[in-house]
Ligand binder design. Structure first.
Ligand code: SF4
Length: 252
């Protein structure tokens, strides 16, 4: 018993201070892209468009990256001879509306908190049912990490539950394969109103790396209303936590 106490004392307090203290993503983390329109040579070059595996880059209205489609592979930044794209370690990537994920030189995603009425219901206790709608398990793994001692999602009153009937909303991963479509709709119907839907990862938002596949939908929005989009492939646990906390008004 004494040994257990000594080990516990040696280990100390493992939970991160975020959001009280600044987030510290790993050194190699690719977060919010910094897009420099002035440096971009536009359609004369288009090297970024040629290398992007998910068609996330566009030049129609200036250089723009769709964070909902981007898998953060970094190929566009490497391919650009002018260095017009640079990935920063900023983990704040989520948005309430799909079009807010379009990241140009002067635009970046932002999350508006739920309405006052919804916050009265969910602000202090939010139970979410996770549905893997054809995901590769990477997003699911990073959602699991949120339950560990390091992130301790429960300290914010947010919990992943086993049954949709006990849930306030769905946390959906994967591009929604045709085989999962009915199961997802039934799970959604089983959640009592009012409810929220969170799309986690490039697949759930836009189809991700499977964007050209015909055996799935291109994200959750094709069949369900989405309240929060969390980009990434997979999103870092800090990005998921940040998005949920902003939705609950715990980060302004
Ligand atoms: S980082 Fe995103 S935008 Fe750039 S090439 Fe990869 S998927 Fe496309």
């Amino acid at each position: 018993m004494i040994k257990a106490f000594i080990t516990r004392l040696r280990q100390g307090y493992k939970t991160i201070g975020f959001p009280r203290t600044a987030a510290a993503p790993p050194e190699r983390f690719r977060g919010l892209p910094n897009v420099n329109n002035h440096a971009c040579a536009g359609g004369d070059c288009a090297a970024c468009i040629a290398v992007c595996p998910t068609k996330a880059v566009s030049l129609d209205k200036g250089l723009c990256i769709d964070l909902g489609a981007c898998i953060f592979c970094g190929a566009c930044a490497k391919a650009c001879p002018q260095g017009a794209i640079r990935f920063t370690p900023n983990h704040v990537l989520s948005a309430r509306a799909r079009h807010d994920l379009l990241c140009g030189e002067n635009s970046m995603p932002a999350v508006k908190a739920l309405s006052k009425d919804m916050l009265r219901i969910f602000g202090r206790s939010l139970k979410l049912r996770q549905v893997s709608a054809g995901g590769c398990n990477a997003c699911e793994a990073d959602i699991n990490v949120l339950g560990t001692i390091v992130y301790d999602l429960g300290r914010f009153g947010v919990q992943i539950v086993a049954s949709p009937r006990h849930a306030d909303g769905l946390l959906i991963t994967g591009p929604v394969t045709k085989n999962m479509q009915v199961a997802l709709l039934k799970t959604y119907e089983a959640v009592p109103d009012p409810k929220i839907v969170v799309a986690v990862g490039a697949c759930a938002i836009n189809g991700g790396p499977f964007v050209n596949c015909t055996q799935h939908l291109h994200g959750v929005t094709e069949i369900l209303p989405v309240d929060l989009f969390i980009p990434g492939c997979p999103p870092h646990p800090l990005t998921i936590l940040d998005g949920i906390l902003r939705l609950l008004g715990k980060i302004k």
